[in-house]
Every structure is written in C-alpha cells, then in structure tokens.
Design a binder for this molecule. Structure first.
Ligand SMILES: Nc1ncnc2c1ncn2[C@@H]1O[C@H](COP(=O)(O)OP(=O)(O)OP(=O)(O)O)[C@@H](O)[C@H]1O
Ligand SMILES: [Mg+2]
Length: 393
C-alpha cells in the first residue's frame, strides 16, 4: 500500500492536487481513498458533491466512482469517539482544581487531536489493506509538521504516563481517593489510552518507510510560499519522512508569457522556478499550470492530473534518498549531503545566517539550518563515499 501526503502552505492547492491525484489513480485501476480533515469540506467541493451527499456520509468514506472514495473526517466527532475517557477525566480534574500545575502540564503535553486522529486512520487503513493508495490532504504546513512529529511525541508521552503515573496511582488511589477532593484518573482513563496506543502502534515506522509513505510538497512560485516550503522540506527531512516530489502549482502557462499585463508575474515566476529547483534538488519538481478557472468536478480534476503527471503513475515513488542529513558527532554536527560523482575542486561552500549554500560547478543547493545549528560554523568539508560532509561546530 502507498500513502501519499500533500503538504504546503494555506491555499497553495493541496486539496485540489490530492483530489486530482486520487482521480487519476482510480482511472488507472488503483483503489484510492482521499482523506481530508478540513472542516470547510473543500474536498467534497472539489468533487462537486451536493450538501446532501456530504451530510449523509457522516465522516465515513463516500464512493465517488469505481475505485475512488473520499472521506472528510470530523475531528470533533472523532474526539468524542476515541478520547471520551481521557477527556472526561481532564474535565473533572479541571473543574475541581482549576488550572494548577498538573493540569497545565497535562494539557500542554496532550498531543494534538487532529494529528492523532489522522494517524489513527492512517494506521487503520494501512492495516486493513482495503485500499491500494491512501492520499492525505494535510492541513497547512505547521500542522503537517506536527503530524509527522506526533508519533515521537506520543511514544514519549505513553512511556511517561505508563511507567510513572499509573504505578503511582495504583498505590495512591486507595489512600488519597477517599481523602482528597482531587479526583484520580480511573481505570477507564488508562484503558482508553492503552486502547489508543494499540491502535497507533507501528504508525511511526509506516511514516518513515519511503517505500510506503511519500510527502508531495505543494508550493507556488512566489517568495513567501517558497520560503515556507523550504522550511517544511527541512523538517520532513529531519523527521525522516520522504519527500518524493515538489509540485509547483499555478505556473502561468507558456502561451501567456507574451501577455503584457502578466509580464511581471511571468518574470517573478521564472525566477522562483529556478530557485525552487535548486532548493529541492535532487527531488523531482513538477510544474502545474494555472488552469482557466477553478478546478472542481471530475473532468477538470482529470485534466489537471494529466498535466501534472503526464504518463507517469502517481503511485510511483518518485525519489527515495534523503538528500541530506544532520548527524550528531562528539563535537558539533556533520551535514552529510548525497552527491555522487562530485569532484572536490568543483565544490564551494557559503554559510549565511540561516542556511548553507553548497555550490557544485554551476549548480547551487540551499540547505536551511535547523535553529539549533545556526550558530555553528563550518569547520571544513570533505568528499567521501559519494557524500559531501561538512563539519559544523
Ligand atoms: N492549478 C490551478 N489552476 C487554477 N485554480 C487552481 C489551481 N490549483 C488550485 N486552484 C484553485 O485554488 C483554490 C484553492 O485551492 P485548494 O483548496 O486546493 O488549496 P489548499 O492548499 O487545499 O487550501 P487550504 O490550505 O485552504 O486547504 C481552489 O479554488 C482551487 O480550485
Ligand atoms: Mg485544502
């Protein structure tokens, strides 16, 4: 099974491209499910569903045509279904104690409901193997990143809560339970958490398996959007989730490049298109033209998907290597960049405040540094086993 995540800044075209990708896959004979968490139900809109059709779905998959389903998850409903016990406990605790330290901590740590809800579904569909491809239309970038970091956070949380809290409770309940006003979590709370954890087990490995999961980063050829995509790219890389393509949406089509009115836009776009390619290389970049109008309904989605993927299979893994990694060393870090067939004489380095620019011949690659590493300086570089290795200290 393949899992394809569409991520990007708000409004860049994630939902449209998720829908178009699902549509093309279904036409090719794959059983495809497109899932969205957007409360504005834009996925239903992309497929031109009526209000009635949408409401009757009740958050479950709706069949659009042969081999194609869409599902719009209602997070509030899901919280009631899965988080009931945990939530109720917090509520009681909250009401009797006010916001004291424990609650504050608990609320701070309690992982994001939206992300966890989507992870539950990812795992469910991955286990059930009912679909060949699961497409997830993620919320705008910030939250997408929380989504991929969630398994790590959860693991930590569960370890903490089961190892210490539960032990303490076992001992404390008989004594404290009768004396204090502060309620202690009952078995149901732990049962709910345990149940939950069971349902999520393994999803972390699924997300970092490049044969299964790919992120398609959607961007527009505009300054602000490109910057954010670059940041997202770095974080996905850090979490080990494979970005297998970058889709640049709303590129002004060639037949309009001579239009006087659009002249400035065409120039800006051309500049950013070049830049995007250098930022994301060697990850493949797909250009998606600005269509004549809004993209909704099966006909237009098909047209769009054909322009994006041409005769390629959207379920293919377009790229599989981590372009770069930050490795922790005894002192500082090493930035390791995949660069086969590169000769030392052709490489030069430049560090600015927040990025490292590696130039190989006349090709430039920009690598955004994680906050923690920005103060470090390159201490030299070498070429080894097909990698450029830059020591940062
Ligand atoms: N290539 C394109 N050509 C023309 N219109 C497009 C194109 N891509 C997307 N659109 C239109 O742009 C609008 C926004 O797209 P979409 O809803 O897919 O963005 P999004 O990234 O999902 O937004 P949000 O972050 O709000 O969920 C829609 O009306 C869609 O029809
Ligand atoms: Mg959307």
């Amino acid at each position: 099974m393949r899992i394809i995540l569409f991520s990007g800044k708000g409004g860049v075209g994630k939902t449209t491209l998720s829908a178009a990708t699902g549509y093309k896959l279904s036409e090719m004979g794959y059983r495809a499910l497109v899932v969205s968490l957007d409360p504005a139900h834009s996925l239903s809109d992309a497929f031109d569903l009526t209000e009635e059709e949408r409401l009757s779905a009740k958050g479950l998959p709706v069949k659009i045509k042969e081999n194609l389903w869409i599902q719009e998850i209602d997070v509030q409903e899901e919280i009631d279904r899965y988080w009931g016990d945990v939530y109720r406990f917090l509520e009681i605790l909250f009401n009797t104690t006010g916001l004291d330290e424990i609650v504050a901590e608990e609320l701070a740590i309690l992982p994001g409901m939206e992300e966890v809800t989507s992870l539950l579904y990812v795992n469910k569909y991955y286990r059930e193997k009912e679909f060949d491809v699961l497409i997830l239309d993620l919320p705008p970038t910030g939250e997408s990143l929380r989504f991929v970091s969630m398994p790590t956070v959860l693991k930590w949380y569960m370890k903490k809560i089961f190892k210490t809290e539960r032990l303490v409770m076992r001992v404390a309940r008989p004594v404290v339970g009768r004396l204090s006003d502060v309620p202690l979590p009952d078995e149901a709370y732990f049962k709910a958490l345990e149940n939950f954890y069971e349902k999520l087990k393994g999803v972390d490995e699924v997300l970092v398996d490049p044969k299964v999961t790919s992120v398609r980063l959607v961007t527009n050829p505009e300054k602000m959007v490109v910057k954010e995509s670059q940041r997202a790219f770095m974080y996905f890389n850090l979490f080990g989730v494979n970005v297998d393509a970058v889709l640049i949406n709303r590129v002004i089509p060639k037949e309009l490049v001579d239009c006087q009115y659009l002249k400035e836009w065409v120039e800006v776009q051309r500049r950013y298109l070049e830049e995007i390619k250098s930022f994301f290389s060697p990850v493949p970049v797909f250009e998606v033209p600005l269509m004549r109008g809004e993209v909704f309904g099966e006909k237009k989605l098909k047209e769009l998907a054909d322009l994006v993927y041409k005769d390629r299979d959207p379920s293919e893994v377009f790229f599989e290597e981590r372009p770069y990694e930050f490795l922790k060393e005894e002192e500082g870090y090493t930035l390791r960049i995949k660069a086969p067939f590169v000769k030392k004489e052709t490489v030069s380095l430049l560090k600015s405040e927040e990025e490292i620019v590696v130039r190989v011949g006349n090709f430039k690659s920009h690598i955004l540094l994680p906050r923690k590493l920005r103060k470090l300086e390159p201490q030299g570089a070498k070429i080894e086993e097909g990698y450029i290795k830059i020591r940062l200290a």
